[in-house]
Design a protein around this ligand. Structure first.
Ligand code: UDP
Ligand code: MG
Length: 316
């Protein structure tokens, strides 16, 4: 049995060798199996590529794909999947936040379960070591998206998982450009076993995710997995029109019955501004969907490869 491990790498110079050492040590313990480590260098600007070149030189089981620039982790993952040959495929971060020992348990559950599971995925049970505000927004994101998306998006789910070839092929077959893997892994279905674990700090370096990047990524999630925000504008429109209608009748009656002239600059301003705000918001929501559609329609490749190594004849 061949196990493929896909590893996105972006400026991770101090982590690569240690990751290789620990992960190989774990994979060697799995009997009757061989493995390939597929690193995807996502346009790193530090010495990551050089280290990958050296590792690939020493060991043919270490393969790498190098992008022409930074395309993001989502692109790196799909590129990795497309280059795997394994019967089982895993995705792991190179910063050792995904404990390699867990692969043993994942492998056991997948192979000994008589096909009961197609995927074993890691799920963080705590958000220890994460800034409070970030945790708050993350939790709110999961609550909200699960209300409006038909595909469940699991809180604490990592990309770290071991999957069958069948499931990986299903993921590869999804052609979208804007990839929100947390949703795609669920969308393809199959049975996932959730393996809980405690959050682990990075081995070295710092996270690539700033708050604003995470925020934008969460919008990708909404747009990719729900069209409810589009309907909100229509619902608001109906509600507000109805309220306006009632108010109209009220003022007509005031004038006819009591002869009251209608006063109120302040209320007029408030209503005008509120409606203006809602309209802009609705256009903004529309714009989000339109921009994603625009990117999809252009049909650009999800990544551009500059160099590959140890893939045999296919090497660039
Ligand atoms: N990564 C990548 N491209 C990027 C950003 C990150 O391939 O543009 C990789 C990174 O090298 C790491 C993984 O994605 O292996 C997760 O990144 P990070 O540790 O920064 O995210 P976090 O663990 O904080 O969610
Ligand atoms: Mg990390």
């Amino acid at each position: 049995m061949l196990i493929s491990i896909v590893v996105p790498v972006y400026n991770e110079e101090p982590n690569i060798r240690e990751f290789r050492r620990q992960t190989s040590a774990v994979l060697e313990q799995i009997p009757d199996s061989s493995y390939e480590l597929i690193f995807v260098d996502d346009g790193s600007a530090d010495g990551s590529r050089k280290i990958l070149q050296e590792l690939a030189e020493e060991d043919r089981r270490v393969k790498y794909i190098s992008f022409s620039r930074n395309f993001g982790k989502e692109a790196a993952m799909i590129a990795g999947f497309e280059h795997t040959a394994g019967d089982l495929v895993a995705v792991m971060d190179v910063d050792l936040q995904d404990p390699p020992e867990m692969l043993l348990e994942m492998y056991r559950i997948l192979t000994e379960g008589d096909g009961a599971y197609d995927c074993v995925a890691a799920r963080r049970t705590s958000r220890e070591g994460e800034p409070v505000i970030r945790s708050f927004f993350a939790r709110s994101f999961y609550k909200l998206i699960n209300k409006i998306s038909k595909t469940p998006i699991v809180d604490g789910a990592r990309d770290f998982r071991l999957m069958t070839r069948q499931m990986v092929d299903a993921i590869i077959s999804l052609p979208e450009y804007n990839r929100f893997s947390k949703g795609l892994f669920q969308w393809v279905g199959f049975n996932t076993y959730w393996l809980p674990y405690k959050n682990v700090e990075r081995y070295a370096g710092t996270t690539k995710w700033s708050f604003s990047k995470l925020f934008l990524y969460s919008i990708d999630g909404f747009v990719a997995f729900s069209t409810v925000p589009l309907a909100i504008a229509s619902v608001l429109g109906v509600v507000i029109s109805f309220v306006a209608f009632l108010m109209g009748i009220y003022y007509i009656l005031q004038k006819l019955i009591y002869g009251n002239p209608v006063a109120g600059y302040a209320s007029l301003m408030v209503v005008t501004l509120m409606l203006g705000g809602i309209q802009l918001l609705a256009i903004g929501v529309l714009g989000q969907y339109l921009s994603k559609t625009y990117l999809e329609v252009k049909g650009r490749p999800r990544y551009v490869v500059k160099e590959t190594k140890n893939f045999g004849d296919k090497d660039i």
